[in-house]
Design a protein around this ligand. Structure first.
Ligand SMILES: Nc1ncnc2c1ncn2[C@@H]1O[C@H](COP(=O)(O)OP(=O)(O)OP(=O)(O)O)[C@@H](O)[C@H]1O
Length: 281
């Protein structure tokens, strides 16, 4: 369980959209790879202040959807709109390259750990600040050691993330030497260091034992409750999804077959059928 040891000074959530308002709108999204329809007319809305899970059997299109949101894939049809301001300011993400989308505050963790194994936890988290740093700060961090003035300004925020995710004991350890569950937590921390407007988590609990899963679920809830960050979560563990999500969208063969609260989705016959069907194979 996490123990908070300081008062938080930095706003980790950079979105100015009021709670309960649309934050991300996915509209009529279609993505094809040759004859494969990875996504077909998918549409749903992520509301500010929610943990919104996307579930579905293997190959249903979940990662493809996140890739369309973060700009790695370009859908043939449809739009993804990120609302960024209280005054109704919005950006169409499908027209932007990944680095511009990251600058708008869409942060992502991947299915596989994508950290620098030989760098310490602190260094990896500082690298999470890269979109807010200029090149010389990055260079000073990597090549000339710590203690530059700009770096110190970023350091305060990074220390709060370390605290939020209980990574204090691992601050100076190389990431490659840490247990898998802790590495995944560092990855979550790196995405948080971006001061996201929206956090995309792609199977953050894949490969974890039940204790590690429970820890990670608790930290995702902390990120949401204490840092106020909205989350899109892709996760296969149904118990976790139903436990921590406010809303669940279900994909099957690239189509949205259900969208609602966990209880609504659990009771939906199409969802039950899709999952039973998946288990038979
Ligand atoms: N880059 C790609 N090139 C070709 N086909 C792709 C590509 N990315 C995804 N696909 C196909 O699109 C479909 C959806 O894949 P996707 O990885 O989005 O599903 P998923 O729901 O994330 O699956 P999993 O739960 O197994 O990760 C699959 O048929 C997959 O083979």
């Amino acid at each position: 369980m996490s123990v908070l040891t300081r008062a938080y000074q930095h706003q980790l959530n950079s979105s100015e959209v009021p709670a309960g308002q649309p934050l991300l709108e996915v509209k009529d999204l279609s993505l094809r790879f040759g004859g494969v329809h990875a996504l077909a007319d998918v549409g749903f809305t992520v509301t500010q202040g929610t943990i919104h899970s996307v579930i579905g059997p293997n190959g249903a299109g979940k990662s493809s959807l996140l890739n369309c949101v973060s700009g790695l894939y370009h859908p043939q049809q449809g739009r993804v709109v990120l609302h960024t301001g209280a005054a109704g300011e919005a950006h169409e993400l499908t027209k932007l390259p990944p680095h511009r989308i990251a600058r708008l505050g869409v942060a992502r963790s991947f299915q596989n750990i994508e950290l620098f194994a030989h760098l310490t936890v602190l260094e990896n988290l500082m690298l999470g600040r890269h979109v807010h740093m200029n090149q010389s700060v990055l260079a000073s961090l990597l090549w000339f050691g710590p203690a530059r003035r700009q770096e110190i300004a970023h350091r305060g925020l990074v220390e709060e993330v370390i605290d939020l995710l209980s990574l204090q004991a691992h601050r100076h350890q190389p990431v490659g030497s840490l247990a898998y569950g802790i590495q995944k937590r560092v990855e979550l921390g790196r995405a948080l260091c971006l001061q996201p407007a929206l956090l995309l988590l792609d199977e953050p609990m894949a490969g974890m034992n039940s204790e590690e899963k429970e820890d990670m679920a608790r930290y995702i809830l902390d990120v949401h409750e204490l840092a106020g960050v909205s989350v899109i979560l892709i996760e296969h563990d149904m118990a976790v999804v139903m436990d921590i999500s406010h809303r669940v969208s279900v994909l099957d063969f690239g189509r949205l077959i259900a969208d609602g609260t966990p209880d609504e989705v659990k009771a939906n016959p199409r969802v039950v059928e899709a999952y039973l069907g998946a288990e038979e194979h």
